[in-house]
Design a protein around this ligand. Structure first.
Ligand SMILES: Nc1ncnc2c1ncn2[C@@H]1O[C@H](COP(=O)(O)OP(=O)(O)OP(=O)(O)O)[C@@H](O)[C@H]1O
Ligand SMILES: [Mg+2]
Length: 397
């Protein structure tokens, strides 16, 4: 006989309810063999407890699955594409969800890998591009360098060509000069004696005629004899010019002051009154090694040309100074000047534009200055004037 009182049985049910509320779903209320209302109540309670247990277990399972899924998503978000939902054999909604997630992970992994590949390809072609850009730049630099080389060798070539041309011209000029000199010397020498005889004869005739009636009756005879005498004198001048020209030899140099050479040249060269002479001679110029006679001849020739270029008068300026280890003498006139065509020919022997000129003055100047290893240059403007610049090398010690 079951001695448990009704009160105790109810208390057991209350107790079970309390335990269930605290999460203990494994409790069951014991039954008596009375099968009375309290047992029915207890059976109902036991069934309820079973239901709650089943529901709670299902909830827990779902919770765990969801946590697992969240964990997988977080791993994928961190780039771990090895993460995958493990499919159970339950075939429930979570397996379906898991399969979907696994497919998505596969897709993400594939497209990420594709992205990486494209990125890598891009990086490689970028590197190639940079390399070819670098090559291009280098080739461009090489090209520029060789262009520069070409340009400079071209310039060098042009310069040596110009030098060659000048040397050739100088050679031709000095050969011409030598030939003319030889001829002039010979002819001058041969003409000197007959001219001397003619001059003596004219002198004798003039003496006789002057005392005779012929001079009174025919006064023009004396005039003509004077003309003959004058022409003999100018022929003599030409001959001595020619002889002087043929004798231009190696300069006999000695140390000299250019100011003194200029001054003594001026005392020997008459300057017409209508020409105003200005001297600009720097003081304390260094001495130069020159053949004073020859340099004087140069100065005389140039000054004579300058005065001849100013028949109506003008200004003659003679300057001397030191420049870049050269002594510079400048002779400037305000005469009629020359065209470029004339300038190109003035140093050629026998080139003249003057009725009574021989055209030897400047050829001689050029040959003398060349022998001094100097240079002679000319600047001229028609109607304005002409400037000759002579450069003589200073002594190097
Ligand atoms: N200062 C100058 N102004 C203008 N023309 C000049 C001047 N100097 C020279 N010339 C020109 O140069 C030419 C050559 O001069 P160069 O002294 O060699 O011969 P030239 O004076 O004609 O004759 P010469 O043999 O008597 O000196 C002259 O005929 C003249 O045309
Ligand atoms: Mg002259």
């Amino acid at each position: 006989m079951d001695k448990t009182s009704e009160k105790e049985r109810i208390n057991e049910m209350i107790d079970a309810t309390m335990k269930v509320s605290r999460g203990d779903y494994y409790i069951q209320v014991g039954l008596s063999d009375k099968m009375d209302e309290i047992d029915s109540l207890a059976m109902g309670l036991n069934m309820m407890i079973d239901d709650i247990k089943a529901g709670t277990v299902g909830l827990e399972y779902a919770n765990n699955r969801i946590e697992e899924i969240i964990n997988i998503i977080q791993r994928v978000a961190r780039g771990d594409y090895a993460a995958a939902y493990e499919i159970s054999s339950k075939n429930d909604i979570f397996d379906a969800l898991g399969m979907g997630i696994n497919m998505m992970i596969d897709d993400i992994r594939n497209s990420t890998e594709e992205l990486h590949r494209v990125n890598e390809e891009l990086r490689a072609s970028n590197e190639e591009l940079q390399a070819s850009e670098e090559e291009l730049r280098a080739t461009n630099e090489e090209l520029q360098a060789s262009e520069e080389e070409l340009r400079s060798s071209n310039e060098e070539l042009e310069a040596s060509n110009e030098e060659l041309r000048e040397t050739q011209e100088q050679l031709i000029r000095s050969e011409k000069l030598a030939a003319i000199g030889q001829l002039a010397g010979g002819v001058g020498h041969e003409l000197r004696n007959p001219l001397g005889a003619i001059k003596n004869a004219v002198y004798y005739i003039k003496g006789k005629v002057a005392k005779s009636e012929l001079a009174q009756n025919e006064p023009r005879v004396m005039e003509f004899l004077d003309i003959v005498d004058d022409e003999i004198n100018s022929s003599n001048k030409i001959i001595s010019d020619l002889l002087g020209f043929s004798r231009v030899g190696k300069p006999a140099v000695s140390s000299a002051r250019i100011e003194k050479v200029i001054e003594s040249t001026l005392t020997r060269t008459p300057i017409p009154e209508n020409i105003e002479l200005t001297k600009k001679l720097d003081t304390g110029l260094p001495e130069v090694n020159i053949d004073t006679d020859q340099i004087q001849q140069v100065l005389v020739n140039i000054i004579t040309n300058a005065t001849q270029a100013m028949p109506e008068g003008g200004k003659l300026t003679i300057a001397a100074g030191e420049k870049d280890s050269f002594l510079e003498v400048e002779i400037a006139d305000t005469g009629f000047g020359m065209t470029q065509e004339v300038v190109d020919k003035i140093f050629d022997p026998l080139y003249t534009t003057k009725a009574k000129g021989i055209g030897l003055g400047l050829a001689v100047c050029k040959s003398i200055i060349d022998r001094h290893e100097g240079s002679i240059e000319v600047k001229s403007e028609v109607g304005k004037g002409t400037t000759f610049t002579i450069k003589l090398p200073l002594k190097t010690e």
